[in-house]
Structures are given as C-alpha cells and as structure tokens.
Design a protein around this ligand. Structure first.
Ligand code: B16
Ligand code: MG
Length: 213
C-alpha cells in the first residue's frame, strides 16, 4: 500500500489520555468557588483551547469584571487543582488500546509526535509512562498561539522534518481539527470532534487508526 502520510501528530488531552475529565473537574471547582455557572456544554468549548482563553470563556458567564492580575490568580488556582488530579495518574491510566495503537503505528514506520496546547504535557507524559516515547513534542510551552491556530501542528511537523501534507493529526477537539486543516493537514477524530463529524475520518476509537493507515 502506498502511504499517504509519513507522520502522525497526536493531540494529548482527550486522545492519548482522558485528562479532559480532570480539566472539567478543576474548572468546575474554580467556577463554583466564584459563583459562575459552568457545565459540560461550556466545557466542550474549552477543548484544545489554552488555559487563559479557557478562563475567558468561563468568565463570559460572570456579571463581574476581573483584572489581569485576578485572572492570572484564578488560572493558577485552577492549575493547582488540575495538577493535584494529574498527580494521581499512573501508567495504568494509559489505555491498552492507545498503547497498542502507538506501538502498531511505530511498527508500520510512522514518525509519532504530540501536538498539544497543554503546558502540563511533560508532567502528563511522565505520569502515564510515555516520557521519551515520541519523536517530537510540541506543546503549550513552545507555542504563542493556541488551537485553532495551526502553529502547534506546523511546529511539530517542522521538528519531525515532515511536510504538513504528509502529516495526519489525531484530535478530539473541533478547534484542533480546524488547526490541522488550516495547517494543510488531514485530521482523524475521536470523541467530541468525531460526534460533530469534523474530521476527514471520524472514529469511535483510536485503534481504528491501524485499519485506515
Ligand atoms: P494546560 P490538548 C488542551 O490540551 C486541553 O484540551 C484544554 O482543555 C486546555 O485548556 C489546554 O490543553 C491547556 O492546558 O492548562 O494544562 O496548559 O487537547 O491540546 O492536548
Ligand atoms: Mg484534546
């Protein structure tokens, strides 16, 4: 079979691991503490979006205005709650089907990278036992614009020395699919983005990648 792609760039939160539930719980605790309504529908708008942009979305529901210093403090507070939840994760939180998919793709000769908006990426990879596994990692620590801007995926492709058109992005967020498409890449989706039929392939689980690649 002639290969359409040389590299696969994986989103982290919601694709490799289910930290999206921890984001929800941490934002919910913060929102409750300041009396701002927050639910899973609003939470879906935060997928792939940076921490500060997520806070701005949550504060749309607040009648009060917050200064930059207050917003920085709220974001830091949320991150502390989130990191506490992450510290409970172990390699057992990496689903067997995800690990088997990664190993299968590696065997087929694909370059594998992470393209995540999260500044906690190194910590999460360490918790689930994937430190050192990927050929490149581009995350919230080395980008200036978060998804839906394509920067994170274009930088990951550059790190891999792969042409964007030869990269497939795997995403759970509609904002991430837009980032992939604006970067000239195709996207395979799981989760929320798949339900929205946002991708070029809309999968029910990541292991289906082994059938399409
Ligand atoms: P942090 P991804 C994204 O990760 C999350 O989907 C999004 O909800 C979060 O706000 C963002 O990372 C920033 O995360 O606060 O850890 O820097 O889906 O791009 O892997
Ligand atoms: Mg995600």
């Amino acid at each position: 079979m002639v290969k359409q792609f040389d590299a696969i760039i994986f989103d982290l939160d919601g694709v490799i691991c289910y930290t999206d539930e921890y984001h929800y719980r941490a934002w919910k605790t913060l929102a409750d503490s300041i009396g701002v309504p927050f639910d899973r529908t609003i939470n879906n708008r935060l997928r792939g979006v940076s921490r500060m942009a997520s806070l701005d979305i949550i504060l749309e529901q607040s009648p009060c205005a917050f200064s930059q210093a207050e917003k920085d403090a709220l974001a830091a507070q949320k991150n502390e709650i989130y990191k506490q939840l992450l510290s409970e994760m172990t390699p057992e939180d990496l689903l067997a089907e995800v690990k088997e998919t990664l190993d299968g793709l590696r065997k087929k000769g694909y370059l594998l990278a992470i393209g995540s908006s999260s500044k906690n990426t190194p910590f999460i990879l360490q918790q689930i036992g994937l430190t050192g596994f990927f050929d490149a990692i581009c995350d919230g620590n080395n980008i200036t614009r978060s998804k839906p801007d394509p920067e994170v995926f274009l930088k990951a492709a550059q790190m891999l020395n792969a042409a964007p058109a030869r990269c497939l992005v795997v995403e759970d967020a509609v904002s991430g699919v837009q980032a992939a498409h604006d970067g000239g890449m195709k996207a395979a989706c799981v989760g929320d983005a798949s339900k929205e039929h946002a991708g070029d392939w809309n999968l029910t689980s990541v292991e289906e990648l082994l059938q399409i690649l």
